[in-house]
Write a protein that binds this ligand. Sequence first.
Ligand code: ADP
Ligand code: MG
Length: 480
Amino acid sequence: MYEAVIGLEVHVQLSTASKIFSGSSTAFGAEPNTQASLVDLGMPGVLPVPNARAFEMAVKFGLAIDAEIGKESVFDRKNYFYPDLPKGYQISQFEKPIVGPGRVTITLDDGTTKTINVTRAHLEEDAGKSVHDAFDGMTGVDLNRAGTPLLEIVSEPELRSAKEAVAYLKVIHSIIRYLDISDGNMAQGSMRCDCNVSIRPKGSEVLGTRTEIKNVNSFRFVEKAINTEIHRQTEILEDGGRVIQETRLYDPDKDETRSMRSKEEANDYRYFPDPDLLPVMIDDSFIEACRNTLPELPEARQARYIKDYGITDYDAGVLVADRDVADYFSEVADTSGEGKLAANWVMGSVLAELNQTGSVIADFPVSARQLADLISRIKDNTLNSKTAKTVFEALLVGEGEVNAIIEAKGLVQMTDTGAIEAIVDEVIQENPDQVANYRSAPSDKQGKMLGFFVGQVMKKSQGKANPQAVNQILNSKLGS
Ligand code: ADP
Ligand code: MG
């Protein structure tokens, strides 16, 4: 039996307006090479100037994961050659990163929690982009991204499954979004993940040889890439082979990882302190100023939601993961005064719809106030669960406000027991065989058989009958 060992290196693009060492804009999607200054182009004689905002963001992240802040933070040159790296080195941090050891808490499938230690988080500049599909037979270089600030967050090899790795990544994503230090958009590359994977016999304390899967760009692919890699390494060891330390790429189309370069071909980066940049000294007042701007973080908000809205630990965890969803939920819950119903609707209907359409809450067609209105009409018995669904669907396609929809569609719930009784009588009359079957069936079978009659009554009432009343009346009439 083998055990997987996983450590993640997560690159987060910080949402500063300008680059980490120059005044060029960092906005996404501009014409190639229109946002590259002399500094980004690596021209001789120019000097980089650190962006204070990048330090603020890094320190806020450090505080959020309960980490030590590097009081003396040093930039190093990481030397390698690549066409999209005009200076021939990347400015990064090696021995003295801005964020020292910290920790985050992940929740596992069984509801238990686990602490994952974060080794470090350092500031560095991003490289440019090679564009392979714009010119026939040639590769273009776009340096707009060169010099964009990145925070690289390195975990200890303490994750034990692909699921744990995704849970960890989601916590990091959640924290950076709450702190508003990155848009966290994985599809656009604002958050990228290198997955280091090894396996070892269960119970062993020694780490196995790892491979590193570069630049995986979605939660789903991280899970698949790691599982595929664990499977590949397990087969090698079971066949008596050995895993080679190397860098691999994940191909989502084939669901396989492929070798990119082996350790033997690995770069020797010859790190040394960048003589163009002085060490950055961080004093306590800077750290305290950053601390004062920290928002309520996901963990604290989860605890508050459990207490304020009487919802479960699990539900609160799902609802706070995304800050915008959390805000939406709390507005629905506060406006309707119904925490549990609000949680059910946001998790069951709103998040389901967002998942299905791949969109975000900011673009969601149903406002928090509209959903609160809907919930209020369930609470006052105007709507049952079926008609409420109909109203929700009408809200989704923009058919107007809740009360207008109820009116236009004639959806007011039938609670008049006399009217429901009349329908029940009709149904009983029209289905003599089913009634006879029901009455001769053993009582433990009857519960299931009742569903047929409930369905008929609901159908005749166009879904408007109050289900509890229907059940009650049916039970008493069929029992005789
Ligand atoms: P490098 O900078 O060469 O990639 P590091 O020592 O900084 O190497 O490790 C990078 C990442 O790899 C860290 O997240 C660490 O937890 C993880 N890691 C190190 N050894 C292993 C291993 N044997 N199995 C899985 N992950 C590992
Ligand atoms: Mg690495």
